[in-house]
Design a protein around this ligand. Structure first.
Ligand code: NAP
Length: 293
């Protein structure tokens, strides 16, 4: 039995479906079981749990062999703030997994975790270290930005649906996108243990892009010009500072966006591919799939 924490998320849901298709037993944890009906229909066991509730984590881990931690709360505030969910909640999950005697723990971190200045990245780095020191068999996955979320939902979909989009900042900074299916493939590899045991795997797509280039790609494939506006960097900086006491989640998203717009995040997958060969999805091919149905 494999427990997925964050099973209703973009990555967790895709992984859950793939595991079920492969005939694996899946336990899907969510705060809202009604969000997991698709996985339930496919045969997953749905368990109600919250990373802020250690007792629920012990219940979720009981009797499972492997755990995939694929939840986050970057936007969270109050009792669901990032420091509780992305920080302490994940340490509690590792403790619960250890207590349950699981065989392998896969933690989904993110690329750039050591250089990204947000509290979110800091918590993820702390959790990586906590897992490494836990004595559990583990694999840490560090993907770049998901195509589904950061290329499509944030840039492409608004262009396709409304003909316009607002980018955070200038949109000229190099960055990398990875297809969720490719992250799923690495998660499956991690769950198989083997050479992935004890490894931190950096995962990214085969090319680097900028947000402006992604907007242009959607324009080309959709066959029409879009109105591209920009939220100025100064606004991101001021909003991040003003929001910090009231909404730490939105504040750190602004901080993240500003950092991303001013930092070269070029990623080269060749080192990972040497050790873990994989056919990576090209963004243009993936986007074409979205625009042609
Ligand atoms: N999105 C990206 O571009 C990207 C890039 C690199 C790394 N990552 C990492 O990849 C992982 C998956 O990201 P995603 O984009 O697939 O996530 P997502 O779609 O935003 O979904 C977030 C998930 O977190 C769960 N969650 C939130 N708060 C929770 C809590 N208090 N207790 C239990 N579960 C909670 C939600 O479950 P319920 O609401 O159902 O409870 C949901 O399943 C995360 O670790 C993320 O940091 C993402």
């Amino acid at each position: 039995m494999i427990l997925i924490v964050g099973a209703t998320g973009v990555l967790g849901r895709a992984l859950g479906k793939r595991l079920l298709e492969h005939g694996e037993q899946v336990r899907a944890m969510t705060r809202n079981p009604e969000n997991a009906t698709e996985l339930k229909t496919m045969g997953a066991e749905i368990v109600s749990g919250d990373l802020c509730d250690p007792a629920s984590l012990r219940r979720a881990c009981a009797g499972v062999e492997k755990v995939v931690a694929s939840a986050h709360s970057i936007f969270g505030r109050g009792s669901e703030a990032s420091k509780y969910v992305d920080g302490q909640g994940h340490k509690d999950l590792i403790d619960a997994a250890k207590e349950a005697g699981i065989r392998h723990f896969v933690y989904v971190s993110m690329e750039g975790v050591a250089v990204n200045p947000t509290p979110f990245a800091h918590f993820k780095q702390e959790v990586e270290q906590y897992l490494q020191a836990s004595g559990l068999n583990f694999t840490i996955l560090r993907p770049t930005a998901f195509m589904e979320t950061h290329a499509h939902t944030m840039i492409g979909q608004p262009i396709l649906e409304t003909g316009k989009v607002t980018l955070f900042g200038q949109g000229n900074s190099p960055r990398n996108f990875v297809a969720v299916d490719d992250v799923v493939a690495y998660a499956l590899l991690a769950l198989n243990g083997g050479t992935a045991n004890g490894q931190t795997i950096e995962i990214g797509g085969p090319e680097n892009w900028t947000n402006m280039a992604v907007a242009a790609l959607y324009e080309k494939l959709a066959g029409r010009k879009a109105k591209v506006s920009h939220m100025p960097r100064g606004i991101l900086r001021v909003m991040s500072a003003l929001l910090r006491p009231f909404h730490p989640g939105l504040s750190q998203v602004m901080q993240f966006s500003l950092w991303a717009d001013t930092t070269d995040q070029t990623f080269d997958p060749s080192e990972t591919l040497k050790e873990f060969p994989m056919k990576l999805t090209r963004l243009e091919d993936w986007v074409r799939g979205q625009t042609t149905g």
